[in-house]
Design a protein around this ligand. Structure first.
Ligand SMILES: [Zn+2]
Ligand SMILES: [Zn+2]
Length: 151
C-alpha cells in the first residue's frame, strides 16, 4: 500500500471512529481529534508519550492523562492495537487494529510490520492440532534493525 492510499484510508477511518464516539455521546474536542490523527497516521507504532509530545506542539495544554483516555476509547471501539511489553512501555498501531506480527529492534526500539506469508497457515495449524477456535494472536519478532547493525 502506498503512502497516499494510506492517508485516504486513515481519513476515512478517522470519520468512522468519530461517528462511533459521537454515538456514545462522547465529547469530540479539537485536541482529541489531534490525538486520534496522531495515532492513525503514525507509521511508527508510537507510545502514549510520543503522541503526547507530538500533540503538544499544536495543543500545549494537552495532558498525558487525556492521551491515555483517548487510547482507552480507541481500544473500546476496537480501532487501535496495543503492543504490550513487560516493562509497561506499551506501543500502539492505529493504522491496522487487527492482530498482525511485529518486528522489534532491541537496540533502537523501532517497531515495524513485517510481511509474513504463512500466518493463515500457522493459525490453521494451531487450530487443527489443539481443537481451539483461534480468535487472536500476538506474534513478536525481536532483532537488530539494518541501521543499528550498520553502526
Ligand atoms: Zn534499530
Ligand atoms: Zn503494526
Amino acid at each position: 500500500m502506498d503512502r497516499k492510499t494510506n492517508m485516504v484510508d486513515s481519513q476515512g477511518r478517522l470519520k468512522d471512529i468519530l461517528d462511533r464516539l459521537r454515538q456514545r455521546d462522547l465529547r469530540i474536542t479539537p485536541q482529541r481529534i489531534a490525538i486520534l490523527k496522531a495515532f492513525l497516521q503514525s507509521q511508527d507504532h508510537p507510545s502514549v508519550e510520543q503522541v503526547h509530545e507530538e500533540v503538544k506542539a499544536n495543543f500545549p495544554t494537552t495532558s498525558l492523562a487525556t492521551v491515555y483516555k483517548t487510547v482507552n476509547l480507541l481500544k473500546e471501539v476496537g480501532e487501535i492495537l496495543e503492543i504490550g511489553f513487560a516493562d509497561g512501555g506499551n506501543r500502539y498501531d492505529g493504522n491496522n487494529p487487527s492482530p498482525h506480527p511485529h518486528l522489534i529492534c532491541t537496540r533502537c526500539n523501532k517497531i515495524i510490520d513485517p510481511e509474513v506469508s504463512l500466518l493463515d497457515q500457522l493459525t490453521a495449524e494451531v487450530a487443527e492440532t489443539t481443537g481451539y477456535r483461534i480468535d487472536s494472536h500476538q506474534i513478536e519478532f525481536f532483532g537488530v534493525c539494518p541501521s543499528c547493525r550498520g553502526e
